[in-house]
Design a protein around this ligand. Structure first.
Ligand code: MCN
Length: 788
């Protein structure tokens, strides 16, 4: 493990150590699901629906290979999982492992074909004939809620999974406000596009009498629970191994029907089967995300004091809710985060989570907050423009101050610690707004337009039992567990329930344990991703691992440290209260004994232990923060763009971030998380979109049509950190995994808006493709009157 050059912290926490896991990735010797090779393994290819909505009439198998083609009728005994929140008002959308009766989106799996290779399985799939009676497709979430719309589920009264109103404060203050601006915003549908797509290998192991499943997921234990329920197999007869995972970003935190089908087929065939999702399947039928519609009014005083926000939010959640929790958080989080980091007196938002004939929606980095941030930060800029105030000044006027912390927003979120003004000031200083204003004034006709955009965000992280049970989640991830074990040679293995899939936990969790045990992180290995060996845990999502997993590792290592001290003191014949741990030794003023000798005694020389002390050096513990409503990281993004008026192409000239995630365990990893999140936020803001035609056919199912930001589109972001430790977590940490992705769409749209401020063009739909930018500018020019 490499060391950092700039370390000034006393222990291992705070050091920019190189990531332990990178060596195998750089050498190309990591092992992903697609690298798993089992004797006799065969491949699965799915027959998928060609239509968005239809009644399934027949599935005809080729006569010479009928036994290798599975429909839902061939997999009896599977249970359909209830998914979504545990709320009576939430309507169930039964999602069978393979289509039954109806298909509800293009790409829904209808049959599974097994063959020696994927190519042969695909050939077989092509020979399966599907008879389908096509029905009108529901493709627009707002229109889906009108009375004439076709219905996805006949037993529902309309197409809403759930409709809720979030209301707080004084509605009359908003309706009677001196300034009221109404705007519509749209954040279009995306895929999660992890580098590694989905994958599942399954085989019945007759020796262990268990189903062995290799799965690319963000949480093996929770997926095992889902598989157990769907397959009707006890959990102690399912072992889920999660090898290296090439990113998940939220999408791999849901159980797919394909994964259930693969396991069910493995139980029938008694030889290993696998399904490796290809990129087309990923874009077509994996977890989709974003897809928000906002119709909002911001109300304010003439001096720019924001009064409140009201209006409608429609979330296009696609055809089914995925296990365990579906997409239900999207609407409540979108509405709950609309006030952002601003003081407000009123909030009144009607939300609908709508079923449409599109692939099911799931969480994606930031979950709802990129949409909410886009809406509120665009509203702030629109209000600033309307009132003739600098957007920076309007933000300063309304941002919650450090002195007001802890501050409960009008939506009930408790912003715990931090200084939003300082973050904004820092980002603005880094970007030098006066210099940009001077550039804008000096612009020659025909030259690209320059604009600067700001966005401030908060990132709720480390939320536990209070928050998840308030949301009526089926799974309440209120704690994490760790098992810390010192082996006879003094080296340490730590098994955790969180699931590293790119975040660097092998390094950061080792840094925490290294501080607690006073030993080198190289001697500590973090192990995860195997339900047979790790304690139960919820996995990695919601930027929770540093708070929960880090807390579990730290507090459990601390427990073990006490035992190490007791044994060491006994060997040194010293009072345990007088010894301390130092660099792999228990030391007193008189002498020291190494962990190696202590571990030998504890594990294989029991006679050396003090009376009453159990052998072995092992501790298991769970951890939850002192308060479970969450701790809020935050930051301000400032971006400078140039826009070509003739083509609408946006280029990023500079990008600066001021962020605060409390104590940083590994600042280099934090920077990487911010930079990576921003790359994805740029994708949302400028490039990525799955449009649908009126028949519900997706129009971007390859990388030729689904545009990802490339290396030249993502700038090297300048990042400034401030550190306001959280008060209720171990070490004062707050999560950081999603923050980078929240603000970029808002900051970019504000920058493009600023570039066209003279003609008051509005850029309120993402991604800001060249066509959309050109069109919005054109519309504004035309409505401004004849061009001089
Ligand atoms: N960290 C730190 N100090 C802090 C906060 C975090 O050193 N104050 C480090 C942590 O130790 C960890 C990393 O930063 O190594 C991220 O920690 P955390 O914010 O707790 O987030 P999680 O580890 O729980 O990861 C989940 C988060 C989410 S929700 C998405 S989505 C996302 C993200 O992480 N998906 C990712 N980052 C990703 N990075 C990669 N490479 N791949 C993904 O799929």
């Amino acid at each position: 493990m490499g060391d950092d050059a700039t370390h000034d912290a006393p222990g291992w926490i705070g050091r920019s150590l190189l990531r332990k896991e990178d060596a195998r990735h750089l050498a190309g010797v990591a092992m992903f699901v697609a690298d798993v090779r089992l004797p006799g393994m065969q491949d699965i290819a799915f027959v998928r629906s060609q239509v968005a909505h239809g009644r399934l009439l027949s599935v005809t198998k080729p006569a010479d290979a009928a036994a290798d083609v599975y429909t839902i009728e061939d997999l009896p005994g599977l249970s359909v999982l209830e998914a979504g929140p545990e709320l009576e008002a939430f309507r169930q959308s039964p999602y069978p492992a393979l289509a039954s009766g109806k298909v509800r989106y293009v790409g829904q799996a209808i049959a599974a074909c097994v063959a020696a290779t994927r190519a042969r399985a695909e050939d077989l799939a092509e020979r399966v004939a599907v008879g389908c009676d096509e029905l009108p497709a529901v493709v627009d979430a707002v229109a889906a809620m009108t009375s004439g719309s076709a219905r996805l589920f006949e037993h529902w009264p309309n197409n809403a999974y759930i409709a809720r109103t979030i209301s707080a404060g004084d509605p009359s203050a908003m309706t009677g406000a001196p300034v009221r601006l109404r705007r519509r915003f749209r954040m279009n549908r995306q895929a999660t596009v992890s580098l590694e797509a989905r994958g599942c290998v399954a085989v019945w192991d007759p020796r262990q009498e268990e189903l062995l499943v290799y799965l690319s997921t963000q949480g093996g234990h929770v997926m095992r629970l889902g598989l157990s329920r769907a397959l009707g197999l006890p959990e102690n007869q399912i072992r889920v191994i999660v090898p290296d995972v090439g990113g998940g970003f939220g999408g791999k935190n849901r159980l797919l029907p394909e994964e259930i089908a693969v396991c069910a087929i493995a139980l029938k065939r008694r030889h290993p089967v696998r399904w490796i999702e290809d990129r087309r399947e990923h874009l077509l039928a994996s977890v989709h995300c974003r897809d928000h519609h906002y119709d909002l009014v911001i109300s304010a005083e003439e001096d720019g004091t924001i009064i409140g926000v009201e209006g409608d939010v429609h979330i296009d959640a696609g055809a089914y809710a995925l296990w365990p929790t579906g997409s239900f958080m999207e609407a409540s989080m979108a509405a709950g985060n609309l006030p952002g980091p601003y003081r407000m007196r009123g909030l009144n938002v009607n939300t609908w989570t709508v079923a449409t004939n599109k692939a099911p929606m799931g969480p994606y980095r930031g979950v709802a907050r990129p949409g909410a941030c886009f809406a509120i930060e665009r509203l702030v800029d629109e209000l600033a423009q309307h009132l003739g105030i600098e957007p920076y000044d309007l933000r300063k006027h309304n941002l919650v101050t450090r002195g007001e912390m802890p501050y409960t927003t009008i939506a009930g979120l408790k912003l715990d610690t931090g200084d939003y003004h300082d973050a904004l000031d820092t980002a603005v200083r880094m970007i030098d707004i006066p210099a940009i204003r001077a550039l804008q004034r000096a612009r020659k006709p025909g030259a690209p337009r320059i604009g600067v955009g700001l966005a401030v965000y908060t990132e709720q992280s480390g939320h536990g039992v209070v928050e998840w049970s308030k949301r009526k989640s089926r799974i309440v991830p209120g704690y994490e567990a760790a098992n810390v074990r010192m082996l006879p040679d003094g080296s340490v293995n730590i098994h955790v329930g969180v699931q590293n899939h790119g975040q660097g936990h092998e390094t950061t969790l080792a840094q925490i344990a290294a501080d607690e045990l006073s030993m080198h992180p190289d001697q500590i290995r973090i192990r995860y991703g195997d339900t047979a060996t790790t304690p139960f845990g919820f996995g990695t999502f919601a930027s929770r691992s540093i708070v929960f997993g880090g807390g579990a590792v730290g507090t459990t290592a601390r427990k073990l440290a006490l035992k190490i001290k007791a044994i060491g003191a006994h060997i040194l014949q010293a009072d345990p209260a007088t010894v301390e741990l130092r660099d792999g030794h228990v030391v007193t003023a008189q002498g020291s004994v190494s962990f190696r000798d202590i571990a030998m005694a504890a594990n294989v020389r029991q006679e050396m232990l003090p009376a009453g002390v159990e052998p072995t050096l092992e501790a298991t513990g769970t951890y939850e923060p002192q308060e479970s409503a969450g701790v809020f990281s935050y930051g301000a993004h400032a971006v400078v763009v140039s826009v070509d008026e003739d083509t609408g192409v946006v280029k990023i000239l500079d990008y600066a971030v001021a962020e605060d995630c409390g104590t940083m365990v590994n600042p280099m990893i934090v920077d990487g998380q911010v930079q990576g999140g921003i790359a994805q936020g740029i994708g949302t803001g400028l490039f990525e979109e799955i449009p649908f035609n009126s028949d519900g056919q997706p129009l971007a199912t390859t990388f030729a049509d689904y545009i990802m930001p490339g290396a030249t589109d993502v700038p090297s972001v300048r990042i400034a950190h401030s550190v306001t430790p959280a008060l209720v977590t171990e070490y004062g940490v707050k999560g950081v995994g999603e923050g980078g992705a929240i603000a970029p769409p808002a900051a970019l749209a504000n920058a493009v808006g600023d570039a066209f401020a003279d003609i008051k063009a509005s850029f309120n739909e993402t991604p800001l493709t060249p066509r959309r930018v050109w069109q919005a500018a054109r519309d504004a020019m035309l409505s401004a009157g004849p061009v001089a």
